[in-house]
Design a binder for this molecule. Structure first.
Ligand SMILES: *Cc1c(COP(=O)(O)O)cnc(C)c1O
Length: 360
């Protein structure tokens, strides 16, 4: 039976990308060695790193003056590195979910040690993060405004680059490469690669070089972006295999035609599933319609059918639907529709929902 992979992360990768990785695990770039056992200082891996950075810039249309880094530590380490490197006096955040909460908490540690201020402009915690707050003004006198573009757990998304005087910083872990963005508005964009790019183990950071070197606190070597910029992401051993796979994904994105094409595919997949959720008498979406994510679609059974949830979980699993259990903080179901997922996978889920509806 065909499996349809809706995991939230680590998550689906394109089949060709996996095959290319598998073949490099056996023989990397004609070296007769596995990509698992080569030096990251060798010329073959050098070429992988260089091409991955170049394609990353090309696909996102990153202007001059920015660096792309591939680091360890996950998006979760960036929650601290961002304020440590960029927060001089005051930063502003919005709280739109678990990951935003974590980012705010880490900025709080920088505040505690260095006397800076992290202001939370707005939060949607009052309604379990089911919407994106809209009534707030981004101050002008801040070092940066931080937000989470896609709330992986709750299924809300901010699909535009904020229009404001302040510089932007964004956690784009789960929607990077899902649509075009205007990188020139950002001082930093970061994320774990395990949603739309690669297997777990590598973190991408797009950083504007002019934003660095402006804090006067001492920065520990590994937590200083300039360390990694100077050494081309090879100050210490980078995650070689995930970077190799990231390059295969980036090549596939380019072959497909880039971010506009990916966005169109993603909108179509999301629309297909949301249309069914709204039509089907058993289900309902969990978040405000205008804030619905095109990457993570959260839905539950209507109150009068609530007790059918475990039955639907089994029913769907029997039809090859993998990873649709909702996060424990939302319950119900979540289907992640990352770039590598095809429309036919979504159609299979829709057909399953319709079949289940007929049964009841
Ligand atoms: C998955 C995720 C994270 C956590 O990433 P790690 O690499 O596990 O630290 C942070 N933010 C968002 C939006 C995520 O989806």
């Amino acid at each position: 039976m065909k499996k349809h992979n809706f995991y939230a992360g680590p998550s689906i990768l394109n089949r060709g990308v996996i095959e290319n990785t598998a073949s490099a695990v056996l023989d990397f770039a004609g070296t007769g060695l596995s990509v698992l056992e080569v030096s990251h200082r060798g010329k073959e891996f050098d070429a992988v790193m260089a091409e991955a950075q170049q394609l990353f810039k090309e696909l996102l249309d990153i202007p001059e003056g920015y660096e792309v880094l591939f680091l360890g530590g996950g998006a979760s380490l960036q929650f601290y590195m961002i304020p440590l490197n960029l927060l001089k006096k005051k930063a502003a955040y919005i709280n739109t979910g678990t990951w935003a909460t974590n980012a705010i908490k880490q900025a709080g540690y920088v505040d505690k040690v260095f006397g800076t201020t992290t202001e939370v402009l707005a939060s949607s915690e009052d309604k379990n993060f089911t919407y994106i707050p809209k009534n707030f003004t981004i101050p002008e006198d801040i070092d940066y405004f931080h937000y989470t573009s896609n709330n992986t757990i709750y299924g809300t998304e901010i699909r535009k680059d904020f229009d404001c005087k302040a510089r932007l910083v964004c956690d784009m872990s789960s929607d990077i490469f899902s649509r075009p963005i205007d990188v020139s508005k950002y001082d930093a964009i970061y994320g774990g690669a395990q949603k739309n790019l690669a297997p777990a183990g590598v973190t991408f950071v797009v950083i504007r070089k002019d934003a660095l070197g402006q804090v006067d606190r001492p920065l520990p070597t590994m937590l200083d972006y300039n360390t990694h910029i100077k050494k081309g992401s090879m100050f210490n051993t980078p995650p070689v295999l995930p970077i190799y796979t990231a390059l295969q994904t980036l090549k596939w994105y380019k072959e497909l035609g880039g971010l506009k094409v990916l966005e169109k595919r993603n909108l179509e997949k999301a629309e297909t599933l949301y249309t069914e959720i709204d039509r089907n008498k058993l289900f309902r979406g969990t978040v405000a319609e205008e804030d619905r994510s095109i990457m993570n679609v959260c839905f539950v059974m209507k109150d009068e059918y609530k007790e059918l949830e475990p039955e639907f979980a089994t029913f769907a699993a029997e039809r090859g639907m993998i990873g649709i259990k909702g996060h424990r903080s939302v319950g119900g179901f979540r289907a992640s529709l990352y770039n590598a997922l095809e429309l036919e996978d979504v159609k299979a889920l829709v057909a399953t929902m319709q079949e289940f509806e007929k049964k009841h």
